[in-house]
Design a protein around this ligand. Sequence first.
Ligand code: ZN
Length: 236
Amino acid sequence: MDKRSFLKFTALASGSLLLTNSAQASSGGHGAPNVQELQALAQKMIADVIAQNDYYVKKQGEDFFEKMKEGQQPRATVIGCSDSRFQGDSLDAKSENDLFFIRNIGNQFSSNMGSVEYGVRHLNTPLLMIIGHTRCGAVKAAMNDYSNLESNIINELDSILPAIRKTEMVAGNNELNWLNAVISNVHQQVFYAQKEFAHEVESGKLTIIGAVYDLANDIKHGHGRLKVVNLNGKPV
Ligand SMILES: [Zn+2]
């Protein structure tokens, strides 16, 4: 058994999936801390990034960048999970200068309030979107004992915990519980945002939506579909 498999095995055997292990289990992340392998991956990634950037620059052309000189004018502030399976182009084919994107584990509001506030109150985006996703490792971690994780991670998971406590758990149906916890977390984060921006929402300057990006077709509306679950603090 290699180290990665061993980590998964021990986590499952203990009945406690930690954030790192659950993320690896669900997304196939590079879990084994083999330094040579990691360095080779990093080198390859650097070369890929340089090449992809070159392709992007040529594809867009100079006019595209010239138009951005004067500043940004996004239409939406977006809080999304950092999970690499969720990307902005699933929402917006031309997201440049259109999405003011803030990402963290578990699409939390409270750990990036300054950035969110800048999008809403300084860039005046008329829309704030909070987007969770199915099979979220952060939500999974918050459903279990995460007290032995790093303190910075604990702080972020703590803002998800109230959502977990509100989720009605069905015995023996972990997949359903996970999905319901993801949805509950979106409601929870919208609740925090609604409190902060109550004045903007009441005056009509701001609309807040909460949505789930269903990468695994767990909601049964199709793989990759976005399901809106909350509008201005009310479930839809
Ligand atoms: Zn996630």
